[in-house]
Write a protein that binds this ligand. Structure first.
Ligand code: GRF
Length: 188
């Protein structure tokens, strides 16, 4: 069985769904202080790391993506990780990691890509007025929310939806889609 790392920035509910599906999570890495790390502890995931994005910001406002990515690479190598799942991870990593871990870094995004890329995907779908949106699991690249699609699930937009209600309906699907596909990919 391959060894999985999950990258998070938020509440970690997709990570929890992966754990609950019976997939063993070898390591969790967060790029900021987030409640997902406490959840990882509650799930009994021993190897938890924080590589704080804010420590790689220049006073001038620039972000040292190369050095930040290098720290991730170190952990992934030390933990002998085969597959990386970005589950609500809010930083784009430097392109060199995508050649080092070619086709082994996966992302989940709360829209039907290529529509509504970026971190306001749910709000943008709502604002546009689409009647169907959803989620996409795809191989990640250094370009935000681009890369070969692994799976997609459609989710209806209901009248009266706000960002939170729509995002939660999408996450219900992500919590099924991600573990189902990971099981297959990890066994391959
Ligand atoms: C998911 O909708 C993911 O696609 C997006 O952030 C959300 C993560 O949710 N990028 P959680 O932190 O796993 O609850």
């Amino acid at each position: 069985m391959k060894r999985l790392a999950v990258l998070i920035s938020g509440t970690g509910s997709i990570m929890e769904a992966i754990h609950k599906s019976g997939i063993e999570i070898g390591a969790v890495i967060a790029d900021r202080h987030c409640s997902g790390l406490a959840l990882a502890k509650a799930c009994g995931i021993w190897n938890r790391y924080q590589i704080l994005r804010k420590n790689f910001m220049h006073p001038s406002g620039g972000f040292n993506r190369h050095a930040f990515t290098g720290e991730f690479k170190k952990v992934l190598d030390e933990e002998e990780i085969d597959i990386v799942m970005m589950a609500g991870f809010m930083t784009v990593l430097n392109e060199r990691i995508f050649s080092q871990y070619a086709n082994r870094i996966i992302n989940t995004h709360p829209s039907l890509l290529p529509s509504f890329k970026g971190d306001t995907a749910v709000a943008d779908a709502l604002e546009y007025g689409v009647k169907v949106t959803g989620c996409t699991m795809h191989y990640a690249t250094s370009v935000l929310d681009e890369g070969p699609i692994i799976d997609q699930r459609a989710v209806p937009v209901l009248s009266g939806d706000d960002i939170q209600s729509l995002h939660e309906r999408i996450k219900v699907e992500e919590r099924k889609m991600v573990p189902e596909n990971l099981k297959r990919l990890m066994a391959a």
